[in-house]
Design a binder for this molecule. Structure first.
Ligand SMILES: Cc1cc2nc3c(=O)[nH]c(=O)nc-3n(C[C@H](O)[C@H](O)[C@H](O)COP(=O)(O)O)c2cc1C
Length: 326
């Protein structure tokens, strides 16, 4: 059919036919994305009630306990605050208590936040276990040393390059990847929801199976010893306004992971997952990734040979990137 159309239609008509096809595909994919958000994400806190369970309840409790943490961490917290938050925390915690056995981390965070909120609103002090007192050096350690700032940090940021040539005789220490993932969990995320997940593939067959579904690694696939798939749990986002949040949180996490791997002297190359929904379905089912996870990016990990080449990848000028407003 396609060949028939190509052969008999003038270029102008053929081009507008192609444009129309692309438009239809874009719309179809956007509708499928929206469907995933509707199916896996929650309905938004406006409709919260005691029937919420599982990830929906976790999402709401996390949003609310974090509101308490943020509120109490202000220089001058409002008093009282969080009436709706308190109500939802109480309802959510009683649902959680009724439906579960054993400790659930976010449940205990929600519980201590509720206690801290109630105590603050009753005239008590801000609970230091919920709003932690720190000194500047705890969060800006690099400010201690101007030498460290220029040598260590500038070098660190400017030395990372995408590696497309790995030495397959050099083994990646999996403990380094695990350490990098642990470091990357320091990434900020919306209301501390930490929806990110990392799937690690190390066996030749598993690595090849994942990589063969991605279109940007063909030239160096055989040299890649480890591939990571960064995903986000779509169930941790709710309501229309959070429809794109998972990509932001997942992207931020992926980049932190890239830096953390770099800090462990591992070479990386991000591999785009700019794919249609059907291709994501195929990767999920072949690679053991749950249906509720969205695929953010792949990352090839390995150690480059002693000498190799990197793409030039020139940078934009700072004035093009930084738009100054006074
Ligand atoms: C999300 C993302 C997807 C990418 N996908 C690919 C890819 O499929 N194949 C590839 O060779 N490089 C890929 N890259 C690497 C970019 O080409 C590279 O980051 C860019 O040119 C800047 O170069 P540098 O990383 O060496 O600084 C990707 C980068 C990002 C951030």
């Amino acid at each position: 059919m396609k060949t028939l159309v190509k052969r008999h239609l003038p270029t102008r008509v053929l081009n507008s036919w192609k444009t129309m096809q692309t438009g239809l595909t874009n719309t179809r994919e956007a509708l499928l994305d929206a469907k995933r958000h509707r199916v896996y994400g929650g309905p938004g806190e406006g409709s919260f009630d005691s029937s919420w369970t599982g990830r929906q309840l976790e999402t709401q409790l996390t949003k609310d306990y974090h509101r308490v943490e943020k509120g109490l961490a202000l220089r001058e917290p409002k008093r009282p605050f969080g009436a709706e938050v308190e109500k939802r925390l109480r309802v959510g915690l009683s649902t959680l208590a009724a439906g579960t056995a054993g400790p659930i981390t976010y449940g205990s965070f929600a519980e201590s936040a509720l206690t801290a909120l109630q105590s603050w609103n009753a005239g008590g002090a801000a609970d230091p276990r919920v709003a932690l007192p720190v000194v500047r050096d705890d969060v800006l350690r690099q400010a201690n040393s101007s030498e460290a700032r220029t040598i260590l940090f500038d070098d660190f940021f400017t030395s990372r390059r995408s590696i497309r040539d790995f030495d397959s005789s050099l083994n990646v220490d999996i403990a380094d990847i695990e350490a990098a993932v642990a470091l990357a969990t320091n990434t900020p995320s919306v209301c501390n929801r930490q929806a990110f997940r990392v799937h690690m593939y190390t066996g030749k067959q598993a690595v090849t199976s994942v990589l063969s579904q991605q279109n940007g690694n063909a030239g160096f696939r055989n040299s890649i010893p480890v591939v990571l798939v960064v995903t986000v749990d779509a169930r941790l986002f709710s309501g229309a306004s959070e429809r794109n949040q998972r990509w932001i949180d997942g992207g931020l996490f992926a980049m932190t992971l890239g830096w953390a791997l770099h800090s462990r002297d591992l070479g990386t190359c991000f591999l785009n997952w700019s794919m249609k929904n059907s291709e994501s379905d195929a990767l999920r089912s072949s690679a053991g990734i749950a249906a509720h996870e969205d695929i953010v990016t792949l990352i090839a990990v390995g150690i480059p040979p002693k000498s190799f080449k990197v793409a030039r990848s020139p940078r934009r000028q700072i004035d093009e990137v930084l738009v100054r407003h006074a």
